[in-house]
Write a protein that binds this ligand. Structure first.
Ligand code: SF4
Length: 382
């Protein structure tokens, strides 16, 4: 099966992480998810499953982006805290291990309020208005008034999330690369205005006594290093209506769905429209159920699907039950792990993670404040 990479952590195996300095030799990775409620298979395959692998190779910070939820849900915040807990449970159920990575809540790290303000001072308005999702979301979420300062500025909040941890890599899908690019531009602009040591790169260019090698060394020693994209392989995962699996389409299979619910959801899933009667041959490459098989089923089952569908040797009901089997198999260990955590354990993990994140973020903020000269000047020597 393809889900052998799920980490075998159990609630009992969880204890406090080693101190950060034991981990700092590994490149740093940061990623987050909004607390929109229980996570679904699309979230799992698009991000979480990859994070579980990354925690073994990198120094990872994974967070629940509750401040981002405010950019669209500011009028009713009642669901944000309960959803934060659900997402944390799903993180742990999927196999994130707080001994290997730092899991935290964005709003519990006050530096996430400070850096966006400072970076907002230097981010040109045009950069924000050009972000493709700005117009798109305003058009799609017509029931919400998104003509707010907070919504326009969410890419600055996102850039701050990344830069606060001086992350080397950000794991994202193809469609989110623009956000990382904007983060890189903001970092570049910050480093240009506020280098370490107080002399700007512009100064360096003007002074004949400063050789390029010195400039290069300054660039390598920037306060806010530019993060690189770590492209996440995200397989095409259709929802039950054939569109991309997404909470807003109401077509998801949740990580918490019990077996009967999974089977029922798949029974109503759309198929290749060419298969009207049982005797009509079909094409798995044109069928959302076929796409599910490609992601979750064994090679043997997949071969049976191609053969049976194209020859009309199997019916769609049978084919869907095979897909349901594969989904149930991948969800089972996730659900068992989830059931083993108490709310108190999750709270403790989040508090511990947030405290570690605060310590790391504060290191960056001290460098930022110093570079921007936002510290009290030392009294002049007598
Ligand atoms: S047999 Fe399977 S792959 Fe073929 S159309 Fe039916 S559900 Fe889709």
């Amino acid at each position: 099966m393809r889900h052998g990479f799920i980490s075998a952590i159990t609630p009992e195996s969880i204890s406090k992480m080693p101190e950060p300095d034991l981990l700092t030799s590994r490149p740093r990775v940061l990623s987050g998810m909004r607390p929109t409620g229980k996570l679904h298979l699309g979230n799992y395959m698009g991000a979480l499953a990859n994070w579980v692998k990354l925690q073994d190779q990198y120094e990872c910070y994974f967070f629940i982006a509750d401040l981002h939820a405010l950019t669209t849900d500011y009028a009713d915040t009642s669901n944000i805290a309960p959803n934060t807990l659900e997402v944390a449970l799903d993180f742990l159920a999927a196999g994130l291990d707080p001994k290997k990575c730092t899991i935290f809540v964005q709003s519990q790290v006050k530096q996430h309020y400070e850096l966006p303000l400072l970076l907002g001072m230097i981010t040109p308005l045009g950069w924000l208005e050009r972000v493709p999702s700005y117009k798109e979301m305003q058009e799609n979420l017509v029931s919400k008034d998104l003509t707010t300062f907070g919504f326009l500025g969410y890419p600055v909040l996102m850039a701050s999330d990344i830069l606060l941890y001086q992350a080397d890599f950000v794991p994202v899908g193809q469609d989110q690369q623009a956000h990382v690019e904007l983060t890189r531009e903001v970092a570049r602009r910050f480093n240009f205005f506020y280098p370490r040591g107080g002399r700007t790169a512009r100064d360096a260019g003007k002074h004949p006594d400063i050789r390029p090698v010195t400039v290069a060394r300054w660039e390598a020693d920037e306060v806010l290093p530019e993060p690189a994209v770590l492209l996440t392989p995200s397989p095409k995962l259709p929802g039950t209506d054939g569109r991309k699996m997404s909470k807003s389409y109401g077509n998801t299979v949740l990580l918490t769905d019990p077996e009967p619910v999974v089977r029922q959801k798949l029974k109503t899933m759309v198929t290749d429209p060419a298969r009207i009667r049982r005797t009509d041959p079909g094409e798995p490459d044109k069928c959302p159920v076929g796409d599910l098989h490609k992601v979750f089923s064994t090679a043997e089952t997949l071969a049976k699907v191609y053969d049976g569908c194209r020859s009309a040797g199997i019916g769609c009901i049978e084919c869907k039950s095979w897909a349901a089997n594969a989904l149930v198999q991948i969800l089972e260990p996730i659900q068992i792990r989830r059931a083993g955590f108490t709310e108190a354990q999750v709270q403790e993990i989040l508090e511990d993670g947030s405290s570690r994140a605060r310590a790391r973020a504060e290191q960056t903020m001290q460098e930022v404040r110093a570079a921007m000269r936002l510290t009290l000047a030392a009294p002049a020597a007598q």
